[in-house]
Ligand binder design. Structure first.
Ligand SMILES: Cc1cc2nc3c(=O)[nH]c(=O)nc-3n(C[C@H](O)[C@H](O)[C@H](O)COP(=O)(O)OP(=O)(O)OC[C@H]3O[C@@H](n4cnc5c(N)ncnc54)[C@H](O)[C@@H]3O)c2cc1C
Length: 387
């Protein structure tokens, strides 16, 4: 059943293989993961077994070349997977970061040896990936990061703290933004791949943060104190980190946009179904004019968002998605998500405020979309700079 308001619309990039992938993903989320939601929320992180199962099914690293154990696809395949995860209401697995972001850094910037070493594990689910930019003193001003990496023979000694790291409790590999030159701003930043399972000491995971939503996904603090990272784990060259981040952040923002539009679609579906069933004043909610108007507006916003997102996805696959357009997508789609989910929740009345109803979780989960991946205020800055 297509989402109300999306009848007759198909993503221009969609091929039959995306339908097969979507069906397999849907079955995995609904049958393998969702039955465990209450337990996963209580433990505050996903099950490693679920990463492994996703790997077995070929759902991890869809855009990674087959030579490294991936699916050999492109960003449209990642988008189809992430869409299904949100539509299913599955929020434990940090796939948006693991596959949608981390593997991309390794594919683009990794040496042949680095790719051979890490990508197969990320694609099989044996390894979980994270990316760590944000520090306790600030996330928006990436140039001001303070975690330092000092060369010591064949290693770097890394010291500093990162916070709000998605998959931080589980991660075996962390793409870590560090300062290799303390005296420089952007040009002092480098990317290291920290292997957190090495037993060299100097690495500690802090608290898994207690959030208002996304309870089953781990967001954690990471601490480094003269933690040894082999110099061979440098991604690209010293001092290239800021440029690498700027090159990859548009994809991260698109990943967020994919989740935003899927959430809008799901909210409209849920609220429409509820409005067709629930009665007030002797008739179903959908027969009350206000409910009809609200749902018509939400369906329209969702459809327009879908078309814009698909244009951005197509541009990204062609290698033409610019920073400002990606920022527009992140800004517009996440603002739309928060508005649509809020208005759809209202249709549920009191039930919408109880966690028995998925719309309540969607409301809590939506809020962070305007914050991470660069706040929406920073998105406006990026857009304004291009005017
Ligand atoms: C659930 C969750 C998951 C996350 N996952 C990750 C992750 O995996 N990896 C990672 O590195 N980070 C992650 N983050 C961190 C996230 O990216 C940062 O929280 C975000 O970039 C903002 O940084 P900050 O919290 O330090 O806010 P600050 O930078 O302190 O900003 C505070 C406020 O000031 C505003 N502001 C700042 N500068 C300006 C300006 N120039 N103009 C106008 N307004 C401005 C901001 O928009 C914001 O409203 C995550 C955060 C959360 C909550």
């Amino acid at each position: 059943m297509p989402t109300p308001g999306l009848h007759g619309y198909t993503e221009p990039w969609r091929e039959p293989e995306h339908d097969d992938l979507a069906e397999m993903a849907r079955t995995f989320f609904l049958k393998d993961v969702l039955p465990h939601t209450a337990r996963l929320e209580a433990q505050g992180h996903p099950d490693r077994e679920h990463y492994r199962r996703a790997g077995e099914l070929g759902l991890l690293g869809l855009s990674v070349p087959e030579a490294y154990g991936g699916g050999g696809g492109d960003f449209t395949h990642e988008a189809a997977l992430l869409h299904e995860q949100t539509m299913a209401g599955e929020g434990s697995l940090g796939l948006a970061v693991h596959s949608g972001i981390v593997t991309g850094y390794l594919v683009t910037f990794g040496t042949e040896e680095q790719k051979q070493r890490w990508l197969p594990g990320l694609c099989s689910g044996a390894l979980v990936g994270a990316i760590a930019m944000t520090e306790p003193d600030g996330g928006s001003d990436v140039q001001a990061i303070r975690t330092r990496a000092v060369r010591d023979g064949d290693d770097y000694l890394v010291s500093g703290a990162k916070t709000f790291i998605t998959n931080g409790h589980m991660a075996d590999l962390v793409v870590l933004a560090v300062k290799t030159d303390q005296s420089a701003k952007a040009r002092g930043i480098s990317l290291l791949v920290a292997e957190t399972t090495t037993e060299t000491g100097g690495f500690r995971r802090g608290r898994t943060l207690d959030k208002i939503g996304l309870h089953a996904n781990d967001t954690a603090e990471l601490f480094f104190d003269d933690f040894r990272v082999p110099a061979a784990n440098l991604l690209g060259t010293e001092g290239a980190g800021f440029v690498q981040l700027m090159q990859k952040l548009p994809q991260e923002r698109l990943v967020i946009g994919v989740g935003a539009v899927a959430a809008m679609q799901r909210a409209v579906e849920l609220a429409t179904a509820y409005a067709k069933d629930r009665k007030a004043f002797g008739k179903v909610l959908l027969d009350h004019q206000n409910t009809r108007m609200v749902l018509a507006e939400c369906a329209t916003r969702t459809r327009v968002s879908r078309v814009f997102l698909d244009d951005c996805i197509a541009r990204h696959v062609r290698g033409e998605l610019d920073v400002a357009t990606a920022a527009m997508a992140k800004l517009y789609l996440t603002e739309g998500q928060c508005e649509v989910v809020d208005r759809c929740l209202q249709i549920f009345g009191g039930y919408g405020y109880t966690t028995d109803y998925p719309i309540a979780r969607m409301y809590a989960d939506a809020r962070v979309q305007k914050i991470y991946g660069g706040t929406n205020e920073i998105m406006k800055e990026l857009i304004a700079r291009a005017l």
